[in-house]
Ligand binder design. Sequence first.
Ligand code: GLN
Length: 191
Amino acid sequence: MNIGVLALQGDFIEHVGVLQTIGVMPRLVRLPGDLSGLDGLIIPGGESTTIGKLAEAFGLIHPLREFSKTHAIWGTCAGAIFLSKDVHRDQPLLHLMDITVERNAFGRQVDSFEIDLPVPFFEDGQDHPYHAIFIRAPIIKSVAGEAKTLLTLPDGRIVAAQQGKLLATSFHPELTPDPRFHQYFSALARS
Ligand code: GLN
């Protein structure tokens, strides 16, 4: 299993750490050539405008769109924003997932929060909820076309979506020791 982590900005090292705990030796991706031979790519949290501008500068936008046609990509937080088709403001996006996103939907840094969420598509996801960490997180405002809602907060707001092999989570699974989302993504990349 060859999983890459986009390493332009943000908390890519934390993703590397969790992947190693499930036996994956990830590759850091900075240039288009780094994508070759990968089964899947994770785009980390950070600052989505910065990630987008660096991706443009490094000539990655077109190669990432091509990669997505046959491979799995998972965007966490800023990465989910970058995967989306619309954030109602001008910034570089991949426009790959048929989701619209609102940035910083919960407010400022001080409004960051953590919550235990039951995840019905994990084998033990009802009995062992997933501890989700939201840091200046986006909300997925709408899901259309082939994209499907995966997970909501108790109030119904959407925090995870999937479109084929593309996955978006507005929280940070790389900041908990629980590897279940990384396992879910590796299975997607393998499929
Ligand atoms: N607020 C950031 C953005 O809009 C995302 C925050 C994060 O990735 N933790 O890009």
